[in-house]
Design a protein around this ligand. Structure first.
Ligand code: NAD
Length: 491
């Protein structure tokens, strides 16, 4: 690890060196190694899961009343709030993201713990109408040990989105953060540990997906996996879960359409489109990466987008003025560049960007300029595949049916943006698009109380919202006899 940080991971309540191979976190700004630590191997996973199962079954946790369990979550939220600046700086160092974004992610993480602390006290069981002289109840219970697997693009927020509801529901959690960005998950683990959560209830096991992640998914002691990441990985996890008949939640990729009708407020629309695709340097599952513009305003909107994209401030994440920070690694930047090369081969017009910035200031960083492409059919690979970088592809449409057909012609169904002043049309189109979230005249806004998740190959299940707790519980029906007379067959 870097100076001042121990080469330790959290395994079943104990901070110690991982038994797996060394993993490195590289600086997106200059490629230097900012942390080197031993990841977890399958034996660490086994130890963490066993410790988690014991901690979850301990009456000291299992039998806590909701308001008492909620106190642990509030303490965690307070600890995150006290360390917010340090956590944001750490995440900027690890992921390259702009400091404004990482501050927002830390704020979202602490709010998530607070929300589930409150939501926990609203969880109600139900009495169902009986068909005889008995009481029927539907109750919910913890699963036991939950495996949480998260990606690198918004680590602390994704981690919190799984840990908070899973703990609220009474489980233990084994978190497997992305190997590229382990630092903030470990820092969060320290805070949670120091906030007094009973030992063993949380393990933090960074390591390669095909080693640590795979061992976690297949471990017989893990009763549920909640995964956020790419669709190919989600498919593999779903297949492994099927072997165990284990429930999974999958938050996967996207190629989200944003739609511009001619009557839209153009000033707000242009700002919303740019923010929707270029914030987080496009490394966002919900990036509005396909824009459909009505043919009558296509040239006007594209002209404005290109002019404004060229003025976005590209720079290091540590500069509060930065709008487009470097990508997470040089390898990922090169992958994005390769996808733009392929777009050119497919016949795309590159309207702006299409390359890394040039000059000594940029030569060491994983930068890529905001890029706008057009001239491709919706069926092209560029319009169908997630690029996960600052790349927008524009397409014209003629009428609503043409638009809906094109927008829905995608394996993904994560998000959608609609820009129009016509409220009837906004409603109609919102209901016709295959997307788990639709934003009307806004984009990338989030509320922890509103469920989030994907349709089609963008995922299964929902996070957030009060129902988010039930995703980490098992349902049980109880029949309780109240009859005075003898039971049938008694005589
Ligand atoms: P990824 O699928 O490569 O990795 C995600 C996590 O899965 C990492 O921790 C990785 O180590 C682990 N993993 C990899 N192979 C595994 C295996 N065989 N078994 C178990 N775990 C394994 O994704 P990524 O590149 O880290 O993240 C980018 C992707 O995540 C994008 O596709 C993006 O759209 C998606 N994403 C989705 C959401 C959402 O909420 N829908 C949010 C953020 C990111």
């Amino acid at each position: 690890m870097s100076a001042g940080e121990a080469d330790e991971i959290l395994v079943g309540g104990v901070w110690r060196r991982g038994s797996g191979a060394v993993i490195e976190s590289l600086s997106p700004v200059d490629g230097s190694v900012i942390a080197r630590l031993h990841g977890a191997d399958a034996a660490d996973v086994d130890e963490a899961v066993r410790a988690g199962a014991a901690a979850a079954a301990d009456p000291a946790w299992r039998d806590l009343l909701p308001h008492d369990r909620a106190r642990f979550l509030v303490r965690i939220a307070d600890a995150i709030a006290r360390s917010s600046e340090r956590l944001a700086a750490l995440q900027t160092r690890d992921t390259g993201k702009s400091i404004n974004e990482t501050r927002a992610l830390v704020s979202s993480a602490q709010a998530t713990f607070r929300y589930f602390a409150a939501a926990l006290e609203t969880v109600e069981e139900s009495l169902t109408p009986p068909r005889g002289p008995y009481l029927t109840m539907s109750v919910h219970e913890p699963i036991g040990v939950v495996g949480a697997i998260t990606p690198w693009n918004s680590p602390i927020a994704s981690d919190a989105q799984k840990i908070a509801p899973a703990l609220a529901a009474g489980n233990a959690v084994v978190l497997k953060p992305a190997e590229w960005t382990p630092l903030v998950a470990l820092a969060l683990g320290r805070l949670i540990d120091e906030s007094g959560l009973p030992a063993g209830l949380l393990s933090v096991l960074p390591g390669p997906g095909d080693v640590t992640g795979d061992a976690l998914v297949r471990h017989p002691g893990v009763g549920k996996v909640s995964f956020t990441g790419g669709t190919a990985t989600g498919r593999a996890i779903g297949a492994a879960a099927a072997q165990k008949i284990m429930p999974v939640s999958l938050e996967l990729g996207g190629k989200s359409p944003t739609i511009v009708f001619p009557d839209a407020d153009m000033e707000r629309t242009i700002a919303g489109l740019l923010f929707g695709v270029f914030s987080s340097s496009g490394q966002s599952c919900i990036a509005g990466s396909r824009v459909f513009v009505h043919a009558s305003v296509y040239e006007q909107v594209l002209g404005e987008l290109v002019a404004r994209a060229g003025g976005l401030r590209v720079g290091p994440g540590t500069d509060p003025a930065t709008q487009v920070a470097p990508l997470v690694t040089h390898a990922h930047r090169d992958r994005v560049a390769g996808m733009v090369r392929r777009a050119r081969q497919e016949g795309a017009r590159v309207l702006c960007g299409g390359r890394a910035p040039e000059g000594p200031r940029w030569s060491d960083g994983a930068y890529y300029l905001p890029t706008i492409l057009d001239g491709l059919p919706n069926g092209s690979a560029t319009c169908q595949e997630e690029i996960f970088g600052p790349v927008l592809v524009a397409l014209p449409f003629e009428d609503e049916d043409d638009l809906v057909a094109q927008a829905n012609d995608s394996v993904y169904g994560l998000a959608c943006g609609i820009w129009t002043r016509d409220y009837r049309r906004a409603w109609r189109v919102a209901r016709r698009i295959d997307a788990g979230t639709v934003w009307i005249n806004t984009y990338k806004q989030f509320s922890i109380s509103t469920p989030f998740g994907g349709m089609k190959e963008s995922g299964i299940g929902r996070e957030k919202g009060r129902e988010g707790i039930f995703a980490y519980m098992r349902q049980k029906s109880v029949y309780w006899d109240l009859a005075e007379g003898p039971l049938p067959w008694a005589s």
